[in-house]
Design a protein around this ligand. Structure first.
Ligand SMILES: [Zn+2]
Length: 73
């Protein structure tokens, strides 16, 4: 799914928008539709695991709190 980056000409806010349907995109900050489309650097490379937040090897929050409370004793 293509993601495009836009810059608002009115408030210079930069944001990304999924363009799934041909709808008019407006700035989420100031609601202006005076936008400039930026070249998207977004890649759909599925090998990029840097955004894998569900990594089971990382301690979950409860475990983290337990370790931390043990340290403070
Ligand atoms: Zn704006």
């Amino acid at each position: 799914m293509p993601i495009f980056e836009f810059e608002c000409k009115d408030c210079s806010n930069k944001f990304e928008e999924l363009t799934k349907v041909q709808e008019k995109i407006c700035c989420p900050q100031c609601k202006s539709c005076n936008l400039r489309k930026l070249i998207s650097a977004f890649s759909t490379n599925s090998n990029d695991s840097k955004c894998n937040w569900g990594d089971p090897s990382l301690p979950n929050k409860q475990e983290f709190e337990r370790i931390r409370s043990k340290d403070s004793e």
